[in-house]
Design a protein around this ligand. Structure first.
Ligand code: ADP
Ligand code: 5GP
Length: 190
């Protein structure tokens, strides 16, 4: 029988996507803390750093530097999200670790076209009201809250259509547990 080309130690791509404020960043931080085999890609963005946001959340950059990197083909995917650029630098060698991308739907679609084997987990809020509470609780300005809620109406049908798994982030611990199970399931599949 022909040998499987994918070995248990080969690198997989897990994409975590979903509307703003659903909890993606919180979830992926919990995942990488629990599972040392996961390697979280750090995106570039031209958005301003939020008050209280970690310096390591992104590579914060300006439009000129971002556009220079686009011209040099330095992104796996990139998009314009509500007026700012966001992009995934082409991943460095991560020797056997699984790559986690926390990105919005347009980027997820691009990665799935390039890497159909990538596993897309799309995260939904329990309700629009709860998403709104989370955005406000995080300190987003009122106009940003409104933009992100509006954007979610377009993002969710697309994300659900291309996702391998759809997860509702109700209770954080339960959600992280469900995601760990999904990741474990794909590792067993090889
Ligand atoms: P995203 O990365 O999807 O924009 P964040 O991870 O920044 O969202 O989460 C938005 C806010 O919601 C944060 O203040 C976070 O602490 C909170 N949050 C995340 N998951 C939950 C949850 N399951 N229950 C309640 N609050 C949550
Ligand atoms: P935020 O401004 O809330 O940090 O991010 C806005 C949106 O951009 C979120 O949905 C987030 O997942 C997404 N995002 C973050 N990094 C990237 C990236 O590298 N590429 C793409 N396409 N989206 C990203």
């Amino acid at each position: 029988m022909a040998a499987h080309t994918a070995t248990p130690s080969s690198s997989r791509i897990f994409i975590v996507s979903g509307p703003g404020g659903v909890g993606k960043g919180t979830i992926v931080n919990a995942l990488v803390e629990r599972d040392p085999q996961l390697w979280l890609s750090r995106s570039w963005t031209t958005r301003a750093q939020r008050t209280g946001e970690r310096d390591t959340a992104y590579v914060f950059t300006d439009r000129a530097a971002f556009e220079a990197r686009i011209a040099a083909d330095g992104f796996l995917e990139w998009t314009d999200f509500l007026g700012n650029y966001y992009g995934t630098p082409r991943p460095e060698a991560v020797s056997g670790r699984d790559v986690v991308l926390e990105i919005e739907v347009d980027g997820a679609r691009q990665v799935k076209l390039l890497h159909p084997e990538a596993v897309l987990i799309f995260v939904l809020p329990p309700s629009r009201d709860e998403q709104q509470r989370r955005l406000r609780g995080r300190g987003d300005a009122e106009d940003k809250v409104h933009q992100r809620l509006q954007k979610a109406l377009d993002e969710e049908p697309v994300g659900m259509a291309i996702a391998n798994h759809v997860v509702v982030n109700d209770d954080l611990e339960r959600t992280v547990e469900e995601m760990m199970q999904i990741i474990g399931h794909h590792r067993v599949l090889g």
